[in-house]
Design a protein around this ligand. Structure first.
Ligand SMILES: [Mn+2]
Length: 331
């Protein structure tokens, strides 16, 4: 922590990086850090290799996120990941070497992952429900300033990753932080209303959701729900909403389903999977890791591009899921 503080003190231009799969936590904790560093007299810059998804655009400041590193920066802070794989865009655009040439700090809370960002000068990964929780704790310990916007963003980050303080990884500490933030003026109903306004979907998208739900398959004795989204649909609907997110929750809420999984088939042969597991079946990370990915016990993902056909991969996933669920049942 001391080293972190020294690095921040010595830097002027600081870039905050999100991985290529931004979510409510990565964006909100980036925006919180942006406020904190700004109030410390620093010049913060925001980076994410991919566009911010539509349902996160209710967070004021999302449009300050750039998909290129700033021309000049003295320090880089990576939030919400320990995985170099999730910075494919940097590698593709030849910016990875620039990043590696600067001091890098990682702030993460993913416990069951290997740190592949081993070039980082400071690596802080603590059990916390969200990166926002870690940032709040650091702010207390290191006397960082927290303005109203930073407080709002920390609340959003915690509520986002904890699904409204309802996940397994939510601790009394997470709830206490939210209570502190509310006491200090964070208005939860207002934040929730802004979020819900952004969740409205077009009639076309609601119709598409109906189509997707009709295509859900239930292998592994009905314990797994799978939906497959081909490139044509990714292309058509992704600008408005992530097709997998559209249906994963409903799939998870189907009787007997333990794990819900959405495959996306990209034009270049890449296949991604988003995994959500039901309470009592914490196998998502294990399943993802088996296919080279990672995540949390109840939410994880992986991407594969190894020449395997989709049929082969899908069968392997079904088999592995059944194996993990059987093993878990026997514990
Ligand atoms: Mn997170």
């Amino acid at each position: 922590m001391q080293q972190l503080q020294q690095l921040i003190e010595a830097a002027q231009d600081i870039v905050i990086l999100q991985a290529d799969n931004p979510d409510g936590d990565s964006l909100a904790s980036s925006l919180a850090l942006e406020q904190i560093l700004g109030d410390m007299g620093k010049t913060p810059h925001l980076y994410c290799g991919v566009d911010i998804v539509a349902h996160l655009k209710y967070l004021p400041g999302w449009d300050r996120v750039r998909n290129e590193l700033p021309h000049k920066f003295d320090l880089a802070i990576i939030v919400d990941t320990s995985s170099l794989k999730l910075f494919e865009q940097l590698a593709k655009t030849n910016q990875l070497a620039i990043l590696k040439s600067k001091p890098v700090v990682v702030l993460d809370h993913h416990q069951e992952v290997e740190n592949s960002l081993n070039f980082a000068r400071v690596y802080l990964n603590r059990p916390a429900v969200a990166t926002g929780e870690l940032i709040y704790d650091l702010a207390q310990e290191l006397n960082w300033p927290l303005n109203q916007e930073a407080k709002n963003m920390i609340a959003v980050s915690i509520l986002s990753d904890s699904l409204g303080l309802m996940t397994d990884s939510t601790t009394p500490h997470s709830i206490r932080i939210i209570a502190d933030l509310v006491e200090q003026g964070v208005n939860l109903p207002q934040l929730e209303d802004t979020r819900r306004q952004m969740m409205r979907k077009s009639p076309e998208l609601v119709r598409y959701k109906g189509e997707l739900l009709q295509r859900v398959e239930y292998p592994a004795g009905g314990r797994l729900a799978i939906v497959t989204i081909p490139w044509k649909e990714i292309e058509q609907y992704s600008p408005e909403y992530n097709p997998s997110v559209l249906v994963l929750d409903d799939m998870r809420l189907t009787t007997d389903v333990a794990v819900a999984l959405a495959f996306k088939l990209y034009a270049n042969g890449r296949i991604t999977a988003k995994i959500r597991a039901n309470y009592g079946w914490p196998v998502a990370a294990q399943l993802a890791e088996h296919f080279g990915g990672g995540g949390h016990p109840y939410a994880a993902g992986f991407k594969v591009q190894d020449g395997r056909t989709f049929t082969e991969l899908k069968q392997a996933v079904i088999d592995k899921t059944a194996e993990l669920l059987d093993a878990h049942q026997n514990v």
